[in-house]
Design a protein around this ligand. Structure first.
Ligand SMILES: Cc1ncc(COP(=O)(O)O)c(C=O)c1O
Length: 395
């Protein structure tokens, strides 16, 4: 099939929930992908920060095919060996004590929200069920997580929303202090607002949240769905800030492109979940956890994380060197980077695509760069050269 025929058939049979470009990617290797008409692209979207080790990574292919020949799926009625191994690796990499596995970022946040409420319910404080989240945040599309998401554009048309969420201003500690009351259970926060425009938390803000939680006996839930698993040059972005959450959620990069989510918690909090409280048929199944184990093993290595930092610096230099007068601000942590322009970047993304570079926006005015963590200097040079040409054509 060609790009056109796939798009036409898709329009006929697929629900219209995504604004899609008229191409279909059919093959990938490393940082490159090819469409159905065999056009090659440098992929700086990486499945939106999911393809952490690039496309068709040899290590992951090997693990996936071995596991596929052994056991695909069994129920969580039984212990699942790769799931147990993954939990051991993730708790070591994050300083958390226990894991719950699911299939996406939204589900990981659902688990975190339920766990926080159950924790206080178990202490006869069921009034403590409110979660403070932030304006401009993004936590998912299920009814609870879209309510947690502090952006009305994602919520419109889906009322009634889930009760128990209040919104404070990001990077504004007094606004959070003002929102805390006797019903507050937890604060749910992204270390970098990814979908919101690649906006990092200030160090004093994040440390202030930790302190506020300690002083008021609240739980700090950090959503690392986009920033976790090495994206920032640390296994968790909050490790850049020296902060330890009570609950942390992961997804995207954890599976290297295989659908998985994880909710990790410290023992005291994790103990609130008892058999029957929460579950997922496919959560943590052998196929996905075998792959995620390999991803975690590779990404946790000090040398790998140092290289992410190095490539992040290199990409940052290239982007800063563009010096386009329409750039308002550059923001970055490792290999999650954003160039904010004075106007919408949609057309610029389209021009880059035509020239063979895939990028994604983060909010209307921000060009986001979330390539595979395995990206190299040659690929970064290639992307910067295309972007430079595209900027010249962008009117
Ligand atoms: C910070 C954050 N949380 C949650 C989600 C939702 O993840 P998923 O699309 O896997 O449900 C996203 C997705 O972009 C995200 O960036």
């Amino acid at each position: 099939m060609t790009n056109n025929s796939i798009a036409e058939t898709g329009q006929q049979y697929i629900m219209n929930t995504y604004g899609r470009f008229p191409i279909s990617l059919v093959r990938g290797k490393g940082t490159y992908v090819w469409d159905a008409d065999n056009k090659q692209y440098l992929d700086f979207v990486g499945g939106i920060a999911a393809c952490s080790l690039g496309h068709s990574n040899e290590n992951l292919i090997q693990v996936l095919t071995e596991q596929a020949k052994t056991l695909w799926h069994v129920s969580n009625l039984y212990w699942i060996e790769p799931q147990v191994q993954l939990a051991e690796k993730l708790t070591a990499a994050t300083g958390m004590d226990k894991a719950f596995f699911c299939n996406s970022g939204a589900e990981a946040n659902e688990a975190a929200i339920k766990l926080a409420r159950k924790y206080f319910y178990g202490q006869n404080q069921s009034n403590k069920n409110e979660i403070i989240t932030f304006k401009n945040s993004f936590h998912g599309r299920t009814l609870a997580t879209v309510t947690a998401t502090g952006q009305t554009k994602y919520q419109k048309g889906f009322a009634p929303l889930a009760p128990g969420f209040v919104y404070a201003d990001y990077n504004d500690l007094p606004s959070v202090e003002a929102a805390v009351n006797e019903n507050t259970a937890a604060i749910l926060v992204e270390v970098i607002q990814g979908e919101g425009g690649v906006i990092p938390a200030d160090i004093s803000f994040l440390r202030g949240l930790r302190q506020l939680c300690d002083q008021n006996e609240l739980l700090l839930i950090i959503d690392e769905v986009q920033t976790g698993v090495g994206r920032t040059g640390k296994f968790l972005a909050c490790q850049l800030y020296g902060i330890k959450p009570d609950i942390v959620t992961l997804a995207k990069g954890l599976g290297g492109g295989i659908p998985i989510g994880a909710c990790l918690a410290v023992d005291k909090v994790a103990a609130a979940f008892e058999p029957g409280n929460h579950a997922s048929t496919f959560g943590g199944n052998p196929l996905v956890t075998a792959v995620a184990c390999k991803v975690t093993e590779i990404v946790s290595k000090e040398g790998f994380l140092k290289q992410v930092e190095k490539m992040g610096d290199y990409l940052g230099e290239k982007l800063l060197a563009l010096k386009d007068p329409r750039i308002v601000q550059f923001r970055s942590r490792g290999l999650i980077q954003g160039l904010e322009f004075e106007r919408e970047v949609k057309d610029l993304v389209g021009i880059c695509m035509k020239k063979g570079l895939l990028l994604v926006n983060a909010g209307p005015n921000v060009l986001r760069f979330v390539p595979p963590l395995t990206v190299n200097e040659i690929e970064i040079n290639g992307a910067a050269a295309i972007l430079k040409q595209a900027l010249q054509e962008w009117e």
